[in-house]
Design a protein around this ligand. Structure first.
Ligand code: ATR
Length: 280
């Protein structure tokens, strides 16, 4: 047995998770003798793995597909970042109670802050495309910022209506067929769907009518430059890639499990990009 802190990512599949690369980089960089492991768990196994987490020596974990919703119901207490999300991606212990947080909100905003530092001063209308799990975090983050009006467009109306209700978000709905017409008034466009990911169709969104000052953000990071971001760049619009959100969302867990605040630096980006390239 060792006293070195350890954490893990729990999911299924978990083999291709990038979390071990991210936390491994920070552990090496800071010289912390901790470990970060992958734990594969089926939905049947997940509750008992969570219950045994501390007994098995873990300080906490990241939770990934398909357990994020189950985890939100199983933790002792939700962190405010997970309110209304119905999903938890980072867990840790405080006073022996298992706390569940959703670090995607801060991950998304921190990456936007880092990529377009003055975006908060220039964005008053944001358009979020999609209404899945990632959209929840992004709508929650943006709709809490004073001075920003959030609109959502999604293929399936009911899903965006449910999202707005669950989050009690102040957001308006744009019919999926009207998404292009909405563009001229939008300062920030965020694709939260999986469209544009390698092997998937591209997001059908003609950016011709977008404002020349618009920022275009995509949460897809394989490829790093999605067709949407390539089209934005061709129009000289500012772009925000999906990798940064993934890197920034990892900060909270590392801080809780290993006791130090890590930095998302170029070395980390390069490391993760090299892993993605080797995999392609
Ligand atoms: P995640 O949790 O990663 O956000 P998700 O919950 O499966 O993933 O959400 C996927 C999002 O992509 C949804 O908004 C989905 O739209 P629906 O609510 O209509 O299902 C959207 N999406 C997926 N495939 C799509 C497609 N071919 N065209 C339009 N939207 C699509």
């Amino acid at each position: 047995m060792t006293d070195h802190p350890k954490a893990c990512v729990i999911g299924d599949p978990v083999e291709h998770s990038l979390s071990p690369i991210i936390h491994g980089y920070w552990l090496r960089q800071m010289g912390i003798a901790g470990r970060y492991e992958k734990v594969r768990a089926t939905p049947d196994e997940f509750p008992s793995i969570l219950e045994q987490l501390a007994a098995n020596g873990y300080s906490g974990a990241n939770i990934t597909i398909p357990h994020k919703t189950a985890a939100a119901a199983l933790v002792d207490q939700l962190h405010p970042s997970a309110y209304g999300m119905g999903a938890v991606n980072t867990i840790w212990y405080t006073d022996n109670r298992l706390i569940g947080a959703n670090s995607d909100v801060t991950g998304f905003l921190a990456h936007l802050d880092g990529t377009v530092p003055k975006w908060r001063q220039t964005v008053s209308n944001a358009l979020v495309i999609g209404a899945g799990g990632a959209a929840r975090a992004i709508v929650a983050g943006l709709s809490n910022i004073d001075g920003i009006s959030v609109s959502i467009t999604n293929r399936t109306l009911e899903n965006m209506v449910r999202l707005i209700g669950d989050l009690e978000a102040n957001a308006s709905i744009i019919d999926w067929h009207d998404r292009v017409e909405a563009l001229p008034d939008v300062d920030l466009v965020v694709n939260t769907t999986s469209l544009g990911m390698a092997g998937q169709p591209s997001l059908d969104l003609d950016l011709t009518s977008a404002s020349s000052t618009a920022i275009v953000s995509d949460i897809v990071y394989t490829p790093l430059e999605t067709p949407l971001l390539a089209a934005a760049r061709a129009r000289d619009l500012r772009t925000v890639d999906g990798l940064g959100m993934l890197l920034h969302q990892a900060v909270l867990g590392f801080e809780k499990w290993f006791g130090q605040t890590p930095v998302v630096d170029q070395g980390l980006r390069d490391d993760v990009r090299a892993h993605l390239a080797a995999r392609a």
